[in-house]
Ligand binder design. Structure first.
Ligand code: HEM
Length: 67
C-alpha cells in the first residue's frame, strides 16, 4: 500500500476513534460527570486527524504540480 493510502486509512480509522470519544463526551455531559480525561479522549485522535486531514487536502494540489 502506498504512503497516500496508508495516511487515508489512518485518517479513516482515527475518525471512528474520534466518533467514539465524542459519544463518550456526550454521555459524560448527560451524566453531569466532570472529568478532564474524557475531554482529552477526543483530543488524542483529533490532533492526528487534523494532520492527516490537511495532508489529504493538500494531495490533489501536490499531484497537480507533478503532472
Ligand atoms: C480535523 C480536521 C480534518 C481535516 C482537515 C480533514 C480533511 C479531510 C480531507 C481533505 C479528506 C479527503 C477528501 C478527499 O477524498 O479528497 C478527508 C477524508 C475523510 N475524513 Fe477527514 N478531516 C478532518 C477531520 C475528520 C473528522 C473529525 C472525521 C470524522 C469523525 C473525518 C472523517 C473522514 C473520513 C471518513 C474521510 C474519508 C476517508 C477515505 O477516503 O477513506 N475527518 N478528511
Amino acid at each position: 500500500m502506498s504512503t497516500q493510502m496508508w495516511i487515508r486509512q489512518i485518517h479513516r480509522w482515527l475518525s471512528m476513534a474520534f466518533t467514539l470519544a465524542v459519544i463518550a463526551n456526550i454521555v459524560a455531559m448527560i451524566m453531569q460527570l466532570q472529568a478532564v480525561w474524557i475531554g482529552v479522549l477526543a483530543l488524542v485522535p483529533l490532533i492526528p486527524l487534523l494532520a492527516t486531514g490537511l495532508y489529504l487536502f493538500a494531495l490533489p494540489y501536490l499531484n497537480r504540480s507533478n503532472a
